[in-house]
Design a protein around this ligand. Structure first.
Ligand code: MF3
Ligand code: CO
Ligand code: CO
Length: 275
């Protein structure tokens, strides 16, 4: 079955497949990391506009992390050399920042993970460059609803599969599809840990959700078919049919009474339009 391990501030943790259960110390650490991650995405609202490069946004993200005494957890992670992932239009996730120039109508995801005092705050949001099509904006809105419905299903005593069931039920109402190749994940002192959070799952399946669990929910929703492929750079994941894709991500905890979102925007800018 599933192994659970109690983790406090002094515990050395390993990727041994166990699901970690955290103490108030972990909650404090994740609140700090999550808040910084959310503040950085808040600041990205001002940076995203037609004409700017994704590399310039990545530079700004790195600057904000270092200024705050944090380290970008993605920098050097499995050979990844950047401080964020920026995924535009049909890019599902893990878009590499660089010379690419944003153009009017683009939808993009910015995903950041500052490491603060040993804790990982992992979050992403969609942004609009200029004015996207109605179709694109609808996909973005529904994807945010999918994330929040997944979070609502993340309750103590529920099963992990209840989250993916809630997400898929909502996406399929709009004839959108849910990407299967990439999942949410346990996190805390580790960036990517057990359990794997599947975004299209069967209700009532998977490990029981217990207070003290920390994990991300990060549904990727496509306008077309669910199929993904990774480009030759080894990172950029795109829709095979080139249809638009959207994603939002929060880092959350299961609590005694429900859940806590560590990465909520302190200014209410969790989803566009950011007015
Ligand atoms: N932040 C991503 C996630 O949500 C992970 C990016 S790993 C990278 O899990 F190396 F691509 F940056
Ligand atoms: Co993540
Ligand atoms: Co992320």
């Amino acid at each position: 079955m599933h192994d659970y391990q109690l983790v406090d501030g002094d515990t050395t943790v390993y990727r041994d497949g166990s699901i970690k259960l955290h103490t108030p110390e972990g909650f404090e650490g994740m609140r700090k990391a999550g808040r910084l991650a959310a503040e950085i995405l808040d600041a990205c609202v001002e940076l995203v506009k037609p004409g700017v490069t994704t590399g310039s946004i990545d530079d700004a993200v790195r600057g904000m992390m270092l200024d705050a005494g944090a380290v970008p957890a993605t920098l050097g992670y499995r050979g990844y050399a950047h401080s964020s992932c920026i995924s535009i239009n049909h890019v599902i996730c893990h878009g590499i920042p660089g010379d690419k120039v944003l153009k009017d109508g683009d939808i993009l995801n910015i995903d950041v993970t500052p490491l603060v005092d040993g804790w990982h705050g992992d979050t992403s949001r969609m942004f609009y460059a200029g004015e996207p099509s109605l179709k694109a904006k609808k996909l973005v809105e529904v994807t945010y609803e999918c994330l929040m419905l997944g979070i609502a299903a993340a309750q103590p005593g529920a099963r992990l599969g209840d989250i993916g069931a809630a997400i898929e039920a909502h996406a399929s109402q709009f004839r959108y599809s849910v990407v299967r190749e990439f999942c949410g994940h346990g996190l805390g002192k580790l960036f990517h840990d057990a359990p794997e959070v599947i975004h299209a799952a069967r209700a009532g399946t998977g490990p029981e959700l217990r207070p003290g669990m920390f994990f991300t929910i990060e549904p990727m929703i496509n306008l077309g078919k669910p199929w993904a492929k990774v480009l030759g750079d080894g990172w950029t994941a795109v829709t095979r049919d080139k249809s638009l894709s959207a994603q939002f991500e929060h880092s959350i905890a299961i609590t005694e009474t429900g859940n806590e979102i560590f990465t909520k925007s302190p200014t209410g800018r969790d989803c566009p339009p950011y007015v």
